[in-house]
Design a protein around this ligand. Structure first.
Ligand code: ZN
Length: 187
């Protein structure tokens, strides 16, 4: 378990690094120094944020979903997607995830997004690992939906003017990942 969560922190932080530096074009300022043109300046206007799990299965599907939603932003990838936002005061959350959790909160607050889309997905290794640890695999989906709703209410408090929505991506019988709205999925 420790190694899975350790990896999660590294991968998650990498996701944030991508988020912070992706919008760019190269610029030669003729100073002899390396410079990098950032296209988005602070205070230039809000961006859309999609928060999703950093697992491979969500990579292409999540990007396609963001495109389908016409999000003008970039993905913020963190272990379990909504898991860290919903457990801000959860003392049982593995301590190795705390620095990543603080970074995630900081990025969200700094960007002050106008729209936040949260995505959880089935067969999530992070949720399954925690559930296996607690011997509670039958309730993973229920926990994800509860976390999703908790995250949505936290974000509504932080960003009262932002549009907050949540989705549970579930694989169907035809091997398709279907993104169900959190307001429609039942427990
Ligand atoms: Zn996952």
């Amino acid at each position: 378990m420790a190694s899975v969560l350790g990896l999660a922190v590294v991968v998650g932080l990498w996701g944030i690094w991508v988020f912070e530096s992706r919008s760019a074009g190269k610029d030669d300022a003729n100073t002899g120094e390396f410079s990098y043109q950032l296209t988005r300046k602070p205070g230039e206007g809000p961006a859309d944020v999609i928060v999703m799990c950093d697992e491979d299965v969500m990579s292409a599907a999540g990007d396609a979903f963001a495109k389908w939603l016409k999000l003008e932003g970039i993905p913020l990838k963190a272990p379990g997607g909504v898991m860290l936002i919903s457990r801000l005061n959860d003392v049982t959350l593995d301590s190795s995830l705390k620095p990543l959790q603080r970074a995630l909160v900081e990025v969200l607050k700094r960007y002050s997004p106008r729209r936040v889309v949260l995505v959880a997905h089935t067969y999530c290794i992070y949720y399954d690992t925690v559930a296996a640890w607690n011997d509670d695999l039958a309730k993973v989906r229920q926990r994800q939906i509860a976390d999703m709703r908790a995250s949505m209410s936290v974000l509504r408090e932080w960003f009262p003017r932002a549009e907050i929505s949540g989705y549970l991506a579930e694989e169907d019988a035809n091997h398709k990942l279907v993104f169900h709205s959190a307001t429609k999925v039942g427990l």
